[in-house]
Ligand binder design. Sequence first.
Ligand code: AMP
Ligand code: MG
Length: 360
Amino acid sequence: MDMKKSKTTKCIVLVQIFVLLLSGCGLSAQPNEKKQYTKTYLDVFDTVTTIIGREESEEAFQKKAEQIHETLVTYHQLFDIYNDYEGIVNLKTVNEQAGKEPVVVDRKILDLLLLCKEEAELTEGAVNIALGSMLDIWHEARAEAIENPETAKLPDRNALENAMEHTDISQLLIDEEENTVFFADDKMKLNVGAIAKGYAVEKAIEGVTGNYLVSVGGNVRVTGPKTEEGDPWTVGVQDPDHPDTYRYKLCVTDGSVVTSGDYQRYFEVDGKRYHHIIDPKTLMPSAYYRSVTVVCKDSGRADAMSTALFNLPLEEGKVLAEKTGVQVLWIPISGDPVMTEGMEKLIAPFSSRFSGKTGR
Ligand code: AMP
Ligand code: MG
């Protein structure tokens, strides 16, 4: 994931993760003994984490929030490809060593990688964590452009093509008995930025019951309705042209909402924007949509699908959505938004009543 810390990149990330959390969707809240509490953390996945929950006491809420946060910290450290943590073999270690010899890893890493292999197969490579070597080149170009905008330049085409030779996920060998990871291609690198955050959120809410919402940089997972009376949570879909406002609101009671968007991380060369989701077919920022929002139960699946669908033409995307049972809102670069039938039932246009950055 993109966890290289620079002030500038961090600002961009912070700007794009506002989530609209409102009560409503037509049902009126009844008075009851439980109260809603909110806690924010800034130390995982290089973004803002917000936990909202209803409990009878603040202590009960703090305890659950801390438990969710602790799990997120564990996954953040294991899945980090940019930073080392004392005594921890993480994906940075794997990227550095697995080309030379099998690396023994925590089972949590193995489980993530096994799922990522499945998602790459299912999406025919539209989301592929083995793109790391190629994505590193884009990452570098973006980091340099953000530091020195006046000398911003695109990655070298040859370098991208050469790196693309080392992105075959079947060369990622996992031994579940020995708990090891090995790269049969020693130039291969993993980049789990498309899936890890959503996956970690899903793990963090395992066993959490009641009325909770966890948002890690806009990867939203809710564990039940917003209130005991069954009022749904409302999650805003950002307007890609004005990411500090919302274009739609979605009502969800149990499940995940994840968006991939061209406004989330990007740099500019000669006034043209180059965003962070790279189409493995063109080796360029994918050029179909401004954003793709996915709603389904599992947050790891939602995260994987939002990136994959962002890289697929609409007709192929519709087939994939049907096959995986996810609901989707596509906001194309040109033309009207398109959505699956199930999405139509969850969505409402953003109304001025809800304007502003966040609301609860
Ligand atoms: P997301 O915001 O979930 O769509 O994930 C985007 C992040 O995933 C990027 O910042 C890259 O680190 C990584 N990424 C970009 N393109 C791809 C791709 N085609 N397959 C897998 N990961 C990608
Ligand atoms: Mg994703």
